[in-house]
Design a protein around this ligand. Structure first.
Ligand code: HEM
Ligand code: HEM
Length: 124
């Protein structure tokens, strides 16, 4: 249950920042950060909310180490990846500067989804 709550609450934090960035872009007309906005909302809010609801609907999945691993892998990977994307899109680093942190962050998110899939297979 705790894992479900964590995903849902952190998801809303992402949504608030995604909407805030969307409002800034709409107001300023500067859409340079649009892919960042999209992924804060989609990787952050949308996916986390889906995960939170799945762990709520299937409680057997939530009471596992796999669920805890999934939460931390997804949260850490997303924050790292979005941070790197923010630096890239604002021109502070180049594409080459994304390596190795961004691929590592993507791997964390991917591993999280693998733990989620494995958990689904065993407990859903
Ligand atoms: C009040 C809330 C929101 C505002 C003000 C807002 C504003 C914007 C703006 C100004 C753009 C750029 C459009 C352009 O390039 O011309 C954009 C793109 C986008 N937004 Fe939002 N948005 C909001 C909420 C959301 C939400 C909740 C999601 C997803 C769950 C979302 C997903 C996207 C996507 C996928 C794009 C396209 C990004 C791209 O073209 O690279 N937005 N939004
Ligand atoms: C580790 C996870 C992810 C990575 C590395 C990733 C990477 C990317 C890249 C490189 C692009 C092209 C951006 C461009 O054209 O400038 C993109 C676009 C897009 N991605 Fe993702 N993505 C991820 C997760 C997701 C998820 C989970 C969703 C939806 C739930 C999503 C939805 C989209 C959408 C709608 C676009 C097109 C909007 C845009 O041009 O920004 N992505 N993604």
């Amino acid at each position: 249950m705790q894992i479900s709550r964590n995903f849902l609450v952190i998801g809303v934090v992402f949504l608030l920042s995604g909407i805030g960035l969307g409002m800034y872009m709409a107001g300023s007309g500067d859409t340079a950060l649009a892919p960042l906005h999209a992924h804060i909302n989609l990787l952050g809010f949308t996916l986390m909310t889906v995960f939170g609801l799945v762990y709520r609907v299937i409680p057997a999945m939530a009471a596992t180490g796999l669920a805890r691993a999934h939460f931390w892998l997804h949260a850490a990977g997303s924050v790292m990846l979005l941070g790197m994307l923010a630096l890239l899109l604002s021109g502070r680093i180049t594409e080459a500067g994304m390596v190795p942190v961004a691929p590592f962050a993507e791997l964390l998110v991917l591993l999280g989804v693998v733990t989620f899939g494995w958990n689904l297979w065993r407990n859903a």
